[in-house]
Design a protein around this ligand. Sequence first.
Ligand code: ASP
Length: 602
Amino acid sequence: MRSHYCGGINESHIDQEVTLCGWVHRRRDHGGVIFLDLRDRDGMSQVVIDPDTPESFALAEKVRSEFVVQITGRVRRRPAGTENSNMSTGQVEVLGKQLAILNAAATPPFPLDEHEHVGEDVRLKYRYVDLRRPEMINRLRFRSRVTSYVRNFLDGNGFMDVETPILTRATPEGARDYLVPSRTHEGSFFALPQSPQLFKQLLMVSGVDRYYQIAKCFRDEDLRADRQPEFTQIDIEASFVDEETLMSLTEDMIRALFKDVLEIALPAFPRMPYKEAMQRYGSDKPDLRIPLELIDVGDLVAGVDFKVFAGPANDEKGRVAALRVPRGGELTRKQIDDYTKFVGIYGAKGLAYIKVNDVSKGVEGLQSPIIKFLGDDVAQAVIERVAAEDGDIVFFGADKTNVVNEALGALRIKVGHDMKLLTTDWAPLWVVDFPMFEETPDGGLTAIHHPFTAPSCTPEELAASPATALSRAYDMVLNGTELGGGSIRIHDQSTQEGVFRALGIGDEEAREKFGFLLDALKYGCPPHGGLAFGLDRLIMLMTGATSIRDVIAFPKTQSATCLMTQAPGEVTDKQLRELHIRRRKPAAKAGEGSVAQQAEES
Ligand code: ASP
């Protein structure tokens, strides 16, 4: 039907006859001549139709925005002075001879170049129109380039693409499962995979040796801005490898990918133990573009009368840390108040600070409401510890360790951006030496990665002190975002049982839930490990998109609905009966509380 894409026409086609198909982006009547901007996924061409072709001219008068048309005509140079250097096709135009309307279109729900003025809910409801926008279609194209690069890289390194089931049993990655009731087995449910974790490990037992999959994962979590209930991972597993092999292979992959598709040479990835990351940055995914660090001052303030500081300083689970911000002395009272509110989001009860006017004057050169509580000597010692300079501000966090880490960790990023302190565009790293477990609020333990991660200590040491055991896990972090994570896995049954026990999963429950894994481990399981990258987040970072929804063709809303298909939707009583399910509440009246209704209301 066509000879070229609209975006593919240029000066080399002058005097050639071309046939283009696409959507009418805009129609302009110019004193007897009609201009159509014709658009397809590759770009836009200007088409001119004049009254010398009366049939086409008459049709062109009927054409409206987003009509689908076919046009045959001759490419010519645009008249001098009418070129558009912003368009790849801007030097030429097509003098249309024959126009065919392939399909009319109703007035679009929003003009494509005015999407910024419409709510995201409208864009999501008419996603197929939204995706026509060059910015959106280009992101999809970019995403496709990335997956194809990754596939080629992994294929070239001996990895095999194997699909794993979507209807399966729960795979614990720490989130809630999406459940699918079984019609044929009354009262039983499938779970959608939170990741292919167990299957990829079983493929290692099978001898697949090197596996990958661009895999859909499902997690029924309370959604945050950068989460989706279904998302895509580049999932990788290999046998007879250690962490060095896996980390260098995947680091090579990401660096080669950035080089190929973005022409960016990422620096080598430094490695940082988890403990150091938490200590210096308050985060296990530190943004190393920002040169600010948390510095412990608990030992200096442990003896002061000021309970706000002395309390956490003397509490085993507390922390008192300082964050020195160069030039922060310029911050106004209002800005400091805003930062105080900001750290409140993370549970901090306040934000103490010292402004450093003149270091050479000692305490006299400091300005702060807390100096009188700390005493001159302590204040002076703190300022020396953080090596403050004239014009700085030093912020403090004093609370439970996790509150201080989260609050000051987030503050360092916010202040870093606000004060334009970023030292580089791209700061990758590996975070290693994660603990095996963390404490749950009820005093139990939960796996930091997942329960199949190998400890770096012996099973005996693990049993003796699980809370301090480290794991053979690693996370790849870029600009404060966790791009991917994985680990060397447990490959023997007794260690796996030991980890289940540490997690409070009894032998019976372990058998019931993971019997197949425990069995497989005893039938010749090779040492193995792997990792998974979050594809959506990777694309977000690479394209600079601000929302994860902008890099997914058909994303869900923040409340996990699809405004276009109106999923989740209602089902009939008959369907429920077949699934052996009875509603606890009577069915909502048509529309009530449904996605349809929410869309109407929003
Ligand atoms: N299954 C893990 C995850 O989804 C990744 C891995 O350990 O390979 O986070």
